[in-house]
Design a protein around this ligand. Structure first.
Ligand SMILES: Cc1ncc(COP(=O)(O)O)c(C=O)c1O
Length: 453
């Protein structure tokens, strides 16, 4: 079972030939989910005492399991925040898996840390962070937000030793749900600030909220979360005014760019991120709009030594790892210990295709969003909810209820036209496109919009 024998080489050939087939699909089919009944009939458990032939197991995967997974990399998948990993990044992910490549520490995996750090520095330069900045790749934006806010809390505790008030984080009514989850884990209050008429959080809105009720003075606010690319509407908060406000008040500024951080690459929208360089921490998910396979998020701190103080684990069997930290230990910079070398597929792909290709791919999504918004405004049965800022487009179909949207959405998935699910904006049901696949064309947009007539 552990040897590279005939059995293992047969698995390898099967997997490689299937992988080549999947990667050559142009484009990948959308597919659709199946019921428990369907799986009971078509995918009975293969976990038996004696095991099964490779063909039996692989056939079940190929013919049943894989067919029921909606392809996140289909150019017709515009739901939630989809993904569009480059071919090079997906293929290199096989190398990471086949080598069981890990990257907790410099002592064990210096090459991994070296290569990942090059990508992290590239991201830090996009933010315009100083040379003290650094961080690591983690599993997702949720864990990135948690890791950054834990560092913020530890820094607050250090400089406010006698403060026993309940801790609180400020965010907006458009902030991603993960921040509330993080606050729950950290046992902190969340002060939700209403956004302005452009759905942005800004300093004024925060001051107004804190001044609106005396109860807020009984909380120890230690951090503000600004979002660079809100998930539902794709809005960038007024980071510059928030940065001035957090500095005046000694609050930590964390910028959640899980989705929209990739927009830093585009000179066309870069100015909208003004002030981001003053943040204390920043996250971006390359598994969203930086064309890396899941699971790959980056958390970067303005001063990475603060993260090491908050997150570094100590144990008699581990302490040897702290004796040689020349290039840094990724396990010290977030809430994790064991970690796969999840930044390597991005490093490989970015090094091959080059920054220009990445920039153009990001800009393609911004342009296709603008195209979709223009078409929506031309069509009398559709109403644009707000002019897109990045690559999310939100709109209404006149006269439709939540149920109508759901029926249409289900039908179009069954027709394999698109995967687009409804959302809510200003308490109204809406449709939402999240563009980030460079293969999503104007023709696809037109087909989808026509199906709504
Ligand atoms: C702005 C933002 N923050 C955080 C997250 C959570 O990221 P993940 O799903 O990688 O945990 C998302 C996910 O869509 C997001 O859009």
């Amino acid at each position: 079972m552990h040897k590279f024998d005939d059995q293992a080489s047969k698995v390898l050939l099967k997997v490689l030939s299937h992988t080549i087939e999947r990667l050559s699909m142009d484009p990948p089919t959308l597919d659709y989910p199946r019921s428990v009944d369907f799986f009971e009939k078509n995918a009975p458990s293969l976990i038996t005492k004696a095991g099964n032939s490779i063909d039996t197991v692989f056939d079940q995967y190929k013919n049943v399991i894989e067919q029921s997974i909606i392809s996140v990399d289909s150019p017709r998948n515009l739901s939630f925040i989809p993904a569009a990993p480059t071919k090079a990044s997906m293929i290199f992910d096989l190398v990471v898996s086949a080598g069981s490549l890990r990257g907790e520490s410099w002592s064990e995996s210096s090459g991994v840390v070296w290569a990942e750090n090059q990508v992290l520095r590239w991201i830090a330069d996009l933010v315009k962070f100083p040379q003290t900045a650094g961080g690591c790749f983690i599993s997702g934006g949720t864990n990135g937000n948690l890791s950054a806010l834990v560092v913020a809390r530890e820094e607050f505790r250090k400089s406010n030793p006698g403060n026993n008030l309940k801790l609180a984080i400020i965010c907006s009514d458009q902030t991603h749900s993960s921040v509330k989850s993080v606050a729950k884990v950290m046992d902190c209050e969340v002060i939700v600030v209403p956004t302005n008429d452009k759905y942005q959080l800004n300093a004024n809105q925060i001051s107004k909220k804190l001044g609106s009720d005396a109860k807020y003075s009984n909380l120890a606010v230690f951090a503000v979360v600004a979002t660079a690319g809100t998930t539902n509407l794709g809005i960038i908060d007024d980071i510059d005014s928030i940065a001035r406000y957090t500095k005046q008040n000694n609050f930590w500024l964390h910028v959640d760019g899980a989705y929209g951080g990739a927009g830093l690459l585009s000179p066309k929208v870069r100015k909208l991120y003004k002030g981001i360089e003053k943040a204390n921490s920043f996250i971006v998910d390359p598994h969203k709009w930086l064309f890396a396979p899941v699971d790959c998020a980056a958390v970067i701190y303005r001063d990475q030594s603060m993260a090491a103080e908050a997150h570094s684990q100590s144990a008699s069997y581990l302490d040897v790892l702290h004796e040689n930290e020349e290039g840094g230990n990724p396990s010290d910079y977030a809430f994790h210990l064991s970690r796969r070398a999840r930044g390597l597929p991005l490093w490989f792909s970015l090094s091959i295709y080059g920054v220009k290709e990445y920039r153009e791919s990001v800009e393609h999504s911004i342009e296709i969003a603008k195209y979709a918004a223009d078409r929506i405004q031309e069509l009398d049965y559709l109403d644009l909810f707000i002019e897109p800022v990045l690559s999310v487009v939100v709109f209404e179909r006149s006269g439709w209820s939540w149920e109508d949207y759901k029926i249409w959405s289900k039908q179009q998935l069954r027709n394999q036209l698109c995967f687009v699910v409804p959302s809510m904006a200003d308490e109204k049901p809406v449709l939402r496109f999240a563009f980030l696949n460079p293969e999503t064309s104007k023709e696809i947009v037109d087909e989808i919009l026509l199906s709504l007539e």
